[in-house]
Design a binder for this molecule. Structure first.
Ligand code: PHE
Length: 339
C-alpha cells in the first residue's frame, strides 16, 4: 500500500497541464470527496500498527503535494489569462487619444519657412534681448533718429544699450556680419514694442524677415520673389507696391495683395477695397551693407518683413490678437485640422 501511495506521489509531482479541465480532473482524482486521498485515509484503520506512522506520513505528503500542485497550476493559468486580456484581445474598442494642435502662429510660421526654403532661403535666428547696434544703429537708425519713435521698445533700465528687439532685422545684421554674400536667409522670431495692448496690437508679436544679398540683385528680383510668395501663401499673385519709408531700405515699399471682394468676409477683411497690406520691403540701404562689412559697390540686396500674427488673424478670421497669447485650450483646439 505504501508503495502505491509513493508511486502516486511521483505522479503528482510530474503532473503538469495548462488546461482547466485537466487540472480539475486531476484535483477530483486526488482531492475530491471520492478521491484517492479519502480512500487512503479510510484505509488507515486497516493498516497494521507498526506501519501506521509511515503510512500517515506518506498520505499527508501526497495530500500537500496534490494541493500545492493544483494551486500552482491554477495560478499560472490565471496569470496567462490576464496577459491575454490586456494585450491579446484585438477586438477590444480602442481608447480615444487626445490629439494636440499646433499654435496658429507656428502653423503660419512653418508655412512661410516652407515656401521660402523651396527657393533657397535658409532660416537664421538671433537673440530677443539685443543691443542698440544690431536693432537700430547698424540699420541706419542712429541715436535720436526720429524713426526710432515708430519702434519704441523696452530697455534695460541700468543699461540703455540693451533692449528687447523691435524687429528681426537685427538677426539680418548679425547674419551679414558673420556671412559673406550670396546671402539668402529668412529670420522668424518674436519681437517687442512699447504699445498699448488691444484687440489689434500687442506689446509682443512675431515676424518673418527676409534678406537677399548678391551681385546684381534688383528691385525686379524683389517683386518676383514677393509674387511667388503671395501666390504660394494665399493663392493670389496680384500685388501692389506702395512707396513707403524704412531707414534701412531705399527705395522702400509697402506690399498689398489683391484679395478680391467675392464674399462678405473679403469685404470685411479688406475694408471694402479688395486689397490687404501684408508686409514692408525695399532695397537694402548701402549704409546698412557698409555697417555690416559688405561692399555696396559690389553687392546689392533686398529685404522684406511681415507680421506672422497679422497673417494668422487674417487667414483664420480671428478677431482679437490677445487670443494668440492666452493659451485657452478652447481656442487652440480649433486648429487641430490645420497643418
Ligand atoms: N523691419 C520692418 C518692421 O519691423 C519691416 C521691414 C523689413 C521693412 C525689411 C523693410 C525691409 O516693420
Amino acid at each position: 500500500m505504501i508503495e502505491t501511495i509513493k508511486e502516486h506521489l511521483a505522479e503528482v509531482e510530474k503532473f503538469s497541464s495548462t488546461s482547466t479541465e485537466e487540472i480539475e480532473t486531476f484535483r477530483i482524482k486526488y482531492l475530491g470527496k471520492k478521491g484517492l486521498l479519502n480512500t487512503f485515509f479510510a484505509e488507515f484503520k486497516n493498516v497494521p500498527n507498526g506501519e501506521k506512522k509511515e503510512f500517515g506520513q506518506v498520505i499527508n505528503q501526497l495530500k500537500s503535494a496534490a494541493t500545492e500542485k493544483v494551486n500552482a497550476l491554477k495560478e499560472a493559468l490565471e496569470n496567462q489569462a490576464d496577459t491575454k486580456g490586456k494585450f491579446g484581445d484585438l477586438t477590444r474598442p480602442g481608447e480615444p487619444i487626445e490629439i494636440g494642435a499646433r499654435h496658429p502662429i507656428s502653423i503660419v510660421k512653418n508655412q512661410i519657412i516652407d515656401i521660402f526654403s523651396r527657393i533657397g532661403f535658409n532660416v537664421s535666428e538671433g537673440p530677443e534681448i539685443e543691443d542698440d547696434w544690431h536693432n537700430f544703429t547698424a540699420l541706419n537708425l542712429p541715436e535720436y533718429h526720429p524713426a526710432r519713435d515708430m519702434q519704441d521698445t523696452f530697455f534695460i533700465q541700468t543699461d540703455p544699450d540693451i533692449l528687447l528687439r523691435t524687429h528681426t532685422s537685427s538677426v539680418q545684421v548679425r547674419y551679414m556680419e558673420s556671412h559673406k554674400p550670396p546671402i539668402r536667409t529668412i529670420s522668424p522670431g518674436r519681437v517687442y514694442r512699447n504699445e498699448a495692448i488691444s484687440a489689434r496690437s500687442h506689446c509682443f508679436f512675431h515676424q518673418v524677415e527676409g534678406l537677399y544679398v548678391d551681385k546684381n540683385v534688383s528691385f525686379a528680383d524683389l517683386k518676383q520673389t514677393l509674387q511667388y510668395f503671395t501666390s504660394e501663401m494665399f493663392g493670389k499673385s496680384k500685388i501692389r507696391l506702395r512707396p513707403s519709408y524704412f531707414p534701412f531700405t531705399e527705395p522702400s515699399a509697402e506690399v498689398d495683395v489683391y484679395w478680391g471682394l467675392e464674399t462678405e468676409t473679403d469685404y470685411r477683411m479688406t475694408k471694402g477695397t479688395g486689397w490687404l497690406e501684408i508686409m514692408g520691403c525695399g532695397m537694402v540701404d548701402p549704409n546698412v551693407l557698409k555697417n555690416c562689412g559688405i561692399d555696396p559697390e559690389v553687392y546689392s540686396g533686398f529685404a522684406f518683413g511681415m507680421g506672422i500674427d497679422r497673417i494668422a488673424l487674417l487667414l483664420h478670421q480671428i478677431s482679437d490678437i490677445r487670443l494668440l497669447s492666452e493659451n485657452d485650450v478652447r481656442f487652440l483646439e480649433q486648429f487641430k485640422s490645420a497643418l
